[in-house]
Ligand binder design. Structure first.
Ligand SMILES: Nc1ncnc2c1ncn2[C@@H]1O[C@H](COP(=O)(O)OP(=O)(O)OP(=O)(O)O)[C@@H](O)[C@H]1O
Length: 319
């Protein structure tokens, strides 16, 4: 069966700094992966590794510097001329569910607006039926949102509601960027469980972007670990997280810092000195922190090597 999404050598270079001191960082560097129908694929890694930039390029919010994105057999350029169809099929679920709703509208109003925008129903009754159907998929019902403002719903309910809203147009791909990082820890599993349910019942594919390896392990089929713009390891989630091959994944499994919620999808871009230095490194970008570093690592970019069913970008495994 045709892959739902294929990323081929996707690259995004940003210019940073002032006019006098301009520099470039490759926030996404030659990233390739594909996603099957009804598959949950996780992009994981610490803050600033290029996860959101990858998502933004898939969603059409950022223009790739080079590389291709193929969705359901057609390039992103082809979809650009069919933007409404694309947005019906590819929906985003964001970190802050509060942000995705206008606070002056009741939550049901927002749902009706979405139904109208996409032309999904011919009458209010039909729209209400559709909304209720999608809410039931996430464990809510129409009465839970009817006439209520977002401030009257809990964080968990709002995130469920925002997932239900994203389902109105029957998307085949959901891109969920840190969808549970602002949800109470005790509710996180129940939210990510919804993705598994949507995969199994509706055949939806999900790109789950997270720094939280526990939920990633629990829900994903495959995972890609990103570091400074590169995918350094990718494969079935149990293989990658139980027996990590890349020294960075091994380190990441021990501790992964929480992202700064203020920084997420914000317009203000800050690049820390370490981040900047690592992005500019020749050879392997992890060389400066790697306990197994060899001379070659500092001068030559590692290629992907297949080790026990997992692709690893590391010189250690080079024959
Ligand atoms: N518009 C931009 N201009 C310049 N640099 C950018 C821009 N957007 C992102 N960056 C930089 O690109 C790198 C990757 O950022 P990105 O947001 O994709 O990482 P991330 O893994 O999603 O991190 P986070 O979880 O904090 O959002 C970072 O160093 C970031 O500062």
């Amino acid at each position: 069966m045709e892959d739902t999404l294929i990323l081929k050598n996707l690259t995004k270079v940003y210019s940073i700094g002032s006019l006098l001191f301009r520099s470039k960082i490759t926030a996404v560097d030659d990233v390739s992966f594909s996603l099957k129908r009804a598959e949950i694929f996780t992009l994981a890694g610490e803050s600033g590794c290029g996860k959101s930039t990858t998502a933004k390029m898939i969603l059409g919010f950022e223009e790739p510097t080079s590389g291709d994105i193929i969705f359901e057999g057609n390039s992103i350029q082809w979809w650009k001329k069919r933007k409404k169809d694309f947005l019906r099929k590819v929906q985003a679920v964001f970190q802050n569910p509060f942000e995705s709703f206008n606070p002056l509208l009741t939550v049901d109003d927002i749902f009706f607006e979405t139904v109208m925008n996409y032309g999904l129903a011919n009458s209010r009754n039909e729209a209400e039926k559709l909304i209720d159907e999608k809410l039931q998929l996430v464990g809510l019902k129409f009465e839970d949102i009817n006439g209520r403002y977002q401030s009257e719903l809990s964080g968990g309910q709002l995130q469920r509601a925002s997932i239900a809203r994203s389902l109105l147009s029957n998307p085949s791909l959901l891109i969920a960027d840190e969808p549970v990082s602002m949800v109470d820890a005790s509710l996180r599993m129940s939210i990510v469980n919804l993705f598994a349910k949507l995969r199994d019942q509706l055949g939806v594919s999900v790109i789950y972007i997270t720094h939280d390896l526990a939920t990633a392990y629990y829900v994903s089929d495959r995972i890609a670990i990103m570091f400074r713009g590169n995918i350094v390891e990718t494969g079935p989630v149990d293989k990658v997280l139980i027996d990590p091959k890349h020294p960075y994944t091994q380190l990441l499994r021990e501790s992964i810092p929480d992202p700064d919620p203020e920084k997420k999808w914000s317009r203000e871009i800050t690049v820390s000195d370490t981040e900047y230095e690592e992005y500019l490194k020749e050879g392997c970008k992890f060389a400066g922190r790697c306990p197994y570093v060899k001379e070659i690592c500092r001068r030559e970019k590692p290629d992907d090597v297949l080790v026990d069913g997992v692709l690893v970008k590391c010189h250690i495994y080079k024959k």
